[in-house]
Each structure stands twice: as structure tokens, then as C-alpha cells.
Design a protein around this ligand. Sequence first.
Ligand code: WT7
Length: 629
Amino acid sequence: MTETFAVKLEEKCYLPDPRCKAAAWTPDYTRAYQEFMHDPEAFWDQVAHELDWFEPWDRVLEWNYPYAKWFVNGKLNITYNCLDRHVTSDRRDKPAVIWRGEGGEERRLTYDGLYREVMRCANALAGLGVGKGDRVCIYMPLVPEQIVAMLACARLGAVHSVVFGGFGAGALAMRINDAEAKVVITADVGYRRGKTIPLRDIVNEALTHAPCVEKTVVFRRGTPAVDLDPAREVDYADLVARAAPDCPAEVMDAEDPLFILYTSGSTGAPKGIVHTCGGYMVGTYYTSRHDFDIKESDILWCTADPGWITGHSYIVYGPLAVGTTVVIAEGTPDYPDPGAYWRLVQDLGVTIFYTAPTAIRMFMRHGDAWPAKYDLSTLRVLGSVGEPLNPEAFEWYYHRIGGGECPVVDTWWQTETGMHVVTTMIGEAMKPGFAGRAIPGAVVDVVDRTGKPVPPGTGGFLVIREPWPAMLRTVHGNDARYRTYWETIPGCYTAGDLAVKDEEGYIMILGRADDLIVVAGHNIGTAEVESALVSHDAVAEAAVIGKPDALKGNVIKAFVTLRVGANPGDALTDELARHVKKSLGPVAVPAEIEFMDRLPKTRSGKIMRRVLKARELGMDPGDISTLEE
Ligand code: WT7
């Protein structure tokens, strides 16, 4: 780990319409935060009381560093809160899930419809011998059945491990084995950019290395339907149709595991992050409702796949616990054309839109004309997650998509945190480049390696000081790895990100701590140089690595993709170097700039600098199972 370092902060501030603030679930951030700090357990106790429990908890929190138990001895089932609670209310016939396929096909499930599907699917799984505590691997395309399968597992108390449908057989086998899954739920195919992804064939390949699996359930979409092997495979539709309609929710302890999810692994080998029922439910419910300010008539589109934590928390569990309508769409943002997302927003009247900076930069690259073609006036909240939202992307998102009227909530969190931790709550002043402040409910700081807070304007390590309800409880099969999160910097959870605070406590995320380059004794964040490059009109995306150099220790090498219409060449290389020099100074100027058609990314959209670096240095790139293409 490195020492702390100075960061030059340039601040611009946008004040949202005061009406946003007045109508928000958290109308006064400062007051809400003070209330939380005054009595954190009382704060979470109150939130938990908004949900349905089979038996109340004895204590809100039991904290034996670094092990937390939340809502001790409370009994619940998260699906009772996502389904039963709504079908006995006015939400019974409200759409829960609206699905769009790549070809424009649509399916809708009301809360009542989803409830019935989930119960049948749960009974079907029970018929295969799945019960409380068993692990089930879900390897599905983005179809409603993916969500149904997750909820069906949770209904039975089985632990799901969702593996994103873009992973290959090796990555899938590793995850199945690590979790010792007994059943795999898949589909014959997924669709992406008009191409077919043979999911079930990939499963079969993976299973040659995964003897723990007893049965594969196959959701068949293609015609003619693929033949199944009766010894190992069962048909989803058939199984569900034959299952009994009613399936009461299993009574779960608050600390029983709900799911395992492998981190996207932009560094090192994937880790099975374990989340539990009670705290995760309370944390995702609260942050969904308050950070997105979900109201009864909202339609939320989170463009992630349920196979990522973003989808688990903000497509499935959080929004359904709140009782909102969620949109899901199979496919990619630029297929069949770069207007695909905006057409969908217009068609369905999406009001809350949550996506990743990588998608926003891709839209910027295609120009303003695409979103301008569509009526985006239903949008009222714009969210971002996954990477730093650089100021240029913020501005574009805010003006071109939000028409200068929608609050932008840049949410910082992780697979490990389970829920949002830092953001700018609706109605608060927004500062491009800054994610915002700790949500009421979390205690966040920027510290040096001893855990001492650093002053504003000084970069350091982003930490969380106190346990929070949706925090990971362990790493599956590797508790020592869990403890390192809490043992790296004394007294805190170390997120692994570098950050800087301003005078008002707004936090700017500078990137992963391992994305720091030391050039001639200066610490330079890859994110800073990338942000400077992207602020040039010609640049769409940039990735920066350090390259060993006899003289300087390291020099900076930048890989750049250009916006449509820009010309690569020496003239542009010089201009970009000048541009970085002007904004960050000579020390941050890349020694080399290489123009690329695309950058290597994880399937969740994070640039894999490690892969670029390995290629550059002629080394083995290590585990690349998470690489997109
Ligand atoms: C890492 C966690 C949490 C859902 C998606 C990713 C980076 C996440 C932001 C943000 C800057 C962000 C961090 C973090 N990250 N959100 N708003 N601003 N960086 O989950 O794969 O577990 O990755 O993503 O580096 O540590 P994940």
C-alpha cells in the first residue's frame, strides 16, 4: 500500500429543483445522517420494522469484530417481503417485472403472477430434492425465469449462486465446484446482438468438471426445442407445470445465508461473497427506496444483469421488497442501434434509470442525436454505478439524458457491501466527479494506512468504519480472506479503493488502490489520467497502466478508444499529451498512447488494466475468466 497524496479538486455544483428535495423520502440528508449517527441501531431497527418478519429480533446488532450479526434471532423470508406482502395489497395486479427481448418481444408479470410462478418453481426444485441450505447455481439469460429461479431458491431457503450468462465453461465450473451446487438452472440459449449463446452446451461442458451437480433444469426457448438427456436434464416448463401451486415461505433466520455471489474479479481469483437474509433485505430495501426515491408509480430500469450484485440488489431484492415495477431487457445498449435504450425508456415510460459509466461513455461516443430522437421526459432519477462517473460523462448524462432536470445518483458500493454506501441523495447538491457522501446508515472515511483520517484534498484509502446490515458475512470456504477486509487497516473495513474528500465531506473515488502508478516518486491514479484523457473531445474511453522504466520507476502508457469521427495519428497523440499536461501536469503525461478499437473489459464493464499490462509486458495475464470477449 502507498502513502497518502495530494489531489487537486475542481468543484462544480448543481442544485436540483427544490421540489425534488421536498418530495423525497429523505428530504433532509444532514438531518437523516445526524439521526442515524445519534443511534445507529435505532435507525436500522426502525427501517426493519417497515418489513414483515415471522418473529422479531432480540438485538439489532451483535458485533464481534470482524463478525457481525444483524437482527439477531429475527425470522423472515425475503420472498415473503418481495411477494406475499404485495399480493395482499393494492399491488396485487401491478406489474412487477416487464421484460423486453432483443427483438422487441415483451412479457409482463404482475406481482400476483410472479408470486405464483415463484411458488411453482420452488415446489419444482423441492421435487428435485432442493432444500434449505442447498446450493443452486443459476446460469440463465436475462429472462423473467432468472428472477423467478432466484426467488424460488430463496423461498425454500436454498442458497443461490447466480453466474452471469456471459461466462464460459471454465469460469462456470469453478463457481459450481466452489459452491458445491447440487442443481444448475439454465436455458438452452441466450441472445446477444442477434447471436445465440448456447448456455446449455456450456453447462454440459462445465459439468464434465463438476461432479457435485445432480440435475440440470433447462428453460427451453428455441424452436425446435433441443432434446434433453433424461438421465441428467429436466425441462423447466414441464417441471413447473407439474408442481403444486402453493409453497409457503420457509422460515429463515436473519443470519442464514441467502446467496453466494462471485466478485467480478478485476483483480485475482474470484471470491464467493456470502450474504445473509435479514440484514441484506433491510439494507437493499432501504437504499432502493431512499437513494432512488421510489414512489408508487415509478418504473425502474436497472440495466445490469441479475447475475451481478447490482441486479441482485437493485433489480430483484430491493425494488421488489419496495413493491415497484422493474424493467429488464435482454441485449446490449447499442443493438440493433445506439437508440435501443432510449426507445425502451420512451416505450415503457421508465422513470428511474440506473446504468454504468461505461455505457454512458459508449452513448457519448455515438453522439447526441440518438437520445434526442426519443421522448425521455418520463425520467426523473438517473443512477450510475460500477466505476467513477467522470465529470464529462456526468455532464452528458445530466444534460442529454436528464434534460438538466433529473438528479444523478452516483452510487458507490461493492459486491461485498451488498447495498449502496456512498451517494448523493435526491435533492442534495451534486458535484460532478464526486459520488457523494455516506448514506444515512453507513460510516465512511478516507484514511491513511494506520486508519487515521486524512484532511480534505488528500487522497487515501476508502474505508467503512462500522458494520452495516447488508455487509458480506464471509468468503465462501475462505474465512481468512474475509478477515483481511477488516484487518488491512486497523479498525476498519478496507474497500480497496482510493478516494479523496472535499471540505463538505463529498467523496471522489479515484479508482482501485492497486490502480496507482508511481512515476518518478509521484503517485498517480490511473483514474485521474483516464479522466483527463476522456475530457478531450476525441476520446471515448481510456485505460492507463504503469510500465517499468529504468529512470522513472514507471512511465504511463495510455490505451485510448476514439469517438466516431476522430482520427488517430501523431497529431492527436501530441494533442492528447498536451491536454493531459494542461490538466494534470507534466508528471502525469503518458509516455505512450496507443489507439485501440476497444478495451478489454470484465463482463460487468470494468476495464481490465491487468490484461493490457500483461500484454504490454509480455506476461501471463492470469485469470481472464471474467474478460468480456
Ligand atoms: C468496485 C466494486 C457495486 C456494483 C457494481 C460493481 C467500483 C463501484 C462505483 C462508483 C466509482 C465505483 C469500485 C468498487 N465502483 N461503484 N459509483 N464510483 N467506483 O461491483 O464488481 O463488486 O466492484 O467497483 O472500485 O470497489 P463490484
